[in-house]
Design a protein around this ligand. Sequence first.
Ligand code: HEC
Length: 422
Amino acid sequence: MKAIFGVSGLIAITAMAQGQVTFTKDVAPILQNRCQACHRPDTFAPMSLLSYEETRPWAKSIKQKVLAREMPPWYIDKNVGIQHFKNDVSLSDDEISTIVKWVDSGAPKGNPADMPRPRTFNDSDQWHFDQPDLIVTLPKDQLVPAEASDRWIDVLVDPGLTEDRYIKAIEVKPIKGFRAVHHVTTSMKHDDDPDDGDNVQGTFLNEYALGKNADVFPDGAGRLMKAGTKINFNLHLHPMGQETPANVALALKFYPKGVTPKYIETTEKIGDPKELDIPPNADNIRFDGYNTLAKPARLLSFQPHLHNRGKASCMEAIYPGGHKVEMLSCVSKYQFAWHLVYLYTEDEQPLLPAGTILHMISWYDNSPGNKFNPDPDNLITYGQRTVDEMGGAWVSYYYLSDEEFKQQVEARKGKRTLAKAE
Ligand code: HEC
């Protein structure tokens, strides 16, 4: 044996015989699938997890983060509400136990021959959908000074769209100076827009905040972008102690030319608490918000939006008449650093009758126990700044006719696998 495999091969074989979990055989494939998209050189993640040598020093921290389900970033409560999402990146219980076993047994490397081929990353990895058709950036970088108060600016860009197109997927994010770009919202402005004072930024398109992924609409649903539409970028810029040039990009994937999707999708902020009032040094402060669906609707996604004191966020459906209440989704360990869109699978997208009330419940921790709390002695109200609070969620949906609603409910029967609160 020794002559054939050498000493390390022999150790590896012994390890396998004992059923030992090794980096090369068991852990590296999980890191490739679930971690390396972010944890590799030159990204916004703090360290690379490509090789054994890079990963080994982080073993303890990795165990802690995966056990707490803080990494990979995916914070949907696994015990209540809908559990099937198109973009679920969470680890399975088995994967977590593999990582934990590996760390607990001293984080061995194992046989180098077991190491999977390195995963390749290319530019398209930067977007959370395949091949954008159009990428719109700011014509020039915004210079964020070293020190100043936060700024909110609007930049209007003409992407030169000569035909009407329907959007299939959309994502916006900083491409330069990302640490200084706290937040971006994009909207569409068109010369035909009604000239009302409430609509200065145009029709809401999409939003970015740290950790945000893409909005991908289901087949058959899209949003119209008319020829001649301009994109308004609203940026929230936050000085970082050194002068930082910042730029952002909006990536769009369209339906093929001439294709009109059947359903027109809307993304709306549900339950925004303008009346929010969070006392100093207090935990578990709750705020409720309500929106009524004017027509039958199919819900596509859920993206809670709270700030530093945000602790948890849930959305339930109160059916017309109030006889039935269904918990749809909860993020029970809300992390301000991660603004994730949770995209329901087709079979789980809630089908809700007209008159259903979407009930948003937000919880806040304004105590010193919240490590993200900049100042527990402050009374906190609603506001745009990170040190103020927000509440509620961005929810995407499309309306259905009564007939379509009936058909879709019928087609759904027996398919929906889980909604524990039902
Ligand atoms: C979407 C990008 C992304 C993915 C996927 C991701 N991470 Fe992270 N990770 C980050 C970022 C950004 C941070 C630093 C900010 C934070 O902690 O939220 C981080 C922090 C960490 C930390 C803490 C580092 C420290 O400074 O203490 C560990 C450990 C970690 N990640 C492990 C993992 C593991 C293991 C996986 C896969 C199972 C994973 N991450 C997947 C982006 C990601």
